[in-house]
Design a protein around this ligand. Sequence first.
Ligand SMILES: [Mn+2]
Length: 344
Amino acid sequence: MPIADADWERAVALLTTAGEVALACHVDPDGDALGSMLAMARALRSRGVEVHASWGTAVDAPTAFAVPPQYTFLPDLGALTPPSAFPPAPALLMVFDCASPERLGTLAPVAEAAGATIVLDHHSSGEAFGDVRLIDAAAPATAVLVTELLDRLGVTLDRGIASCLYVGLVTDTGRFTYPSTTAATMRLGARLIALDIDHAAINRRVWETHSFGYLKVLARALERAAIAPRAGLAWTAVSQADLAELGVSLTETEGLIDVLRAVEAADCTLVAKQQSDGAWKVSLRSKGTVDVGRLAERLGGGGHAYAAGFTTFDGPDQVVARVTAVLDGDDAPLTAPLVDRAGA
Ligand SMILES: [Mn+2]
């Protein structure tokens, strides 16, 4: 459902009077979470607002506060606030790309304590939270919603803001290839490129630059990949041992699932990645037949029709058994057309 004008206006009113704003995105930020938050931070600073921008870590699995290597070219990273210095009870908090307060990890209590919270997100599932909810499940990226908010605030997009928004857009649309991509998505891409961003360098850095260790992790993951033919599922797993032996961080393995996704025999792709606390973070992708968002919900997680996930302490074999049981069942979650491409 599109966001009501009244909600946009409430967000604009809160932001127009705020002298200080705290911004947070989800733990283990991806390109959209990070790009959306950094774009907003830069825009607010250009208006003279004092900004604190950060993200927490998983409550049970503390990790260092570090920008994933593929995003270290983004502007203003030096102005990020470590989570330990984040204001515990800001008058105004903005939350990006976060379907539930849990996804804020160690910063979740801030959403409780804040005077007002504005949530910008495009996940269809999750626990409703926040005072002003700018949520559009049809939006291909949170960065699209940030752009609309900046337009409504009358912010002129500079090259830095445009680079941040472009990273959010290009990562969550899989370089404009996922079904959520519409004519409007391409028009926004064109608008950002017209602002003289170095889109070729951004794409090379985000998609085509890896450590040698990552290629070795990829080789292991592909070696152990398997297909469950009846369910149409291709799957693999990456353990903490793989990562430790090859000196690779979890955030570096974000693109692994896209490699596996190429398997023709599979409509559905699953990658289980072991977290530092031993839990397995399970990512799911669909090429269109299965609604993996609803699949993930049945297994305690959530997400979008085409990209979703859940976390469990069960090992990969048990995870695959549970997922294939749902996919092989009579009431397997199938997709309905999500996007009105002609209208967008
Ligand atoms: Mn997103």
